[in-house]
Structures are given as structure tokens and as C-alpha cells.
Design a protein around this ligand. Sequence first.
Ligand SMILES: [Zn+2]
Length: 254
Amino acid sequence: MNNMKKAIQKLEKPWQLKEYGDIWFRKENKLWMIKETTHYVFHFEPNSIDAKEIDKIAEKAEERFAQIIRCLQVPKESELGVDGFKINCFLYAEPQNAGQVVGSGIDYGAPMRGEHMRHEECHAIVKKLVGEAPALFNEGLGSYLMGLSRTSQPPVINTGVLLALEKKELPSLKSVIKTNDFWRAYNERKVDVYQIGDSFVAYLIESYGIGKLKDLFLQTDYNDNDIECKLEEAYQKTIESLEQEWHRYLKGEK
Ligand SMILES: [Zn+2]
């Protein structure tokens, strides 16, 4: 038995950190190497492609973190509790694990690297900053922040959503605003609810500012069945009038 195995056997709890040359960490009985940066703790598998590229992966991740924080207009990290906050990332070498926020960490399967990581990181950062909102807003904000890195300037018009609107196939906000309804529509696969969330969130941010949306997140949570009222209170408009405004904005009528 080599020294590393001995050191791991000494761990009493599976999540216990143990220093051994490099720091090793155990999850699912795997060995993980660790790379820590200002805002991330990367866990990666020895002898993997990630192990070879970890410095580059870490550098790119810090660039994304800075962009996300800028888009969310976090004035001073410490004021909003991001100071000292680190995202735990597990970079699995196998392809079967999709990107997923699990507890305090994010699991990334092998195909999910680089820009694909941004969506899950947005969830982790937004959750830490202002908590979660129902899926339409949660996924919408994740998709919006992810898209900002690729597109240039607002307005962000999602052509798929615009097309559905013109064909009168766009579902009403009321029918997807609650988390359960959002995932039901997602599973039925008739419409891409992620695009709807992305488009509506883009409209809210570009018309009313990120501050109002952050306030809404603070007032609600993931499984809030009262989200319709919370939205109307936050924006001082009925859900129908917000929806009409959004549709006009999509069609360029505003
Ligand atoms: Zn997501």
C-alpha cells in the first residue's frame, strides 16, 4: 500500500480535508486533486485531461466570475456576502455526469467545460447573492448571464421566442411561472421554456434594471406558489400588462 492510500484510509469522514503533498479530498470514494483560486475550489481527477489543464481552467473561471459579478452589478463583494465565497467544482473525468448544482458544489461531467460552466456558476453565484426564484426566473437569469458573454449589446431578442409569438404558440406567463408548471412544460418538450425564461428575464433587466430583478429574487424562493403576486408587487404592474409589454418589446414595437 502506498503512502497516499494510507493517508486516505486515515480519513474519518468522507468529506474531511486532508493535506498530503497536494491536498486530496474524497467524494464518492474517488481521489480528487484540488486547485484553489480566489473564488473557486476545483476538484479534479489525477491523470485526467483536467489535471493537465487545470491552471488554464482556473484562470478562465475567474474571468467568468468577474463578468457575472459585473452583470449582476455587485458593487462591493463584501456587502453582498460574496466576499470569501468559493464555488466548489467537481470536474468528473467521465462524460455521464451533466452539469448540476449539488448542495454547495457543482458537478461537471467531462463534456461540460469552459463556457458551458457559466450557466451553473451563475446559479451558484445568484443563489449566494439573492437566493433562488422560481425556475422561469432562475433558469432565465442563468441563460441570460450565460448569453451576455457571447452576444454584444442589448436588446437581447430570442428569435425562437419571437417566432413562437408570431405563430401564436407562445405559452402564457401564467402557465409557466410556477416551478412545477415550468418543468412540466419542459418535460412535454413542446416549447423551450429555457428560451422563454431567458427572453422574459432579458426584457425585465433591459427595461427595469438588474436591481429590481434582484429584489424579486430576495422576495421569493424556488417553490413559491405566490410568485405571480410577488412579480406584480415588485414591478407594480399586472402580470398581463408585463406580458404585453414583453411581447411588444420582442416585436420591436416599443
Ligand atoms: Zn440551470
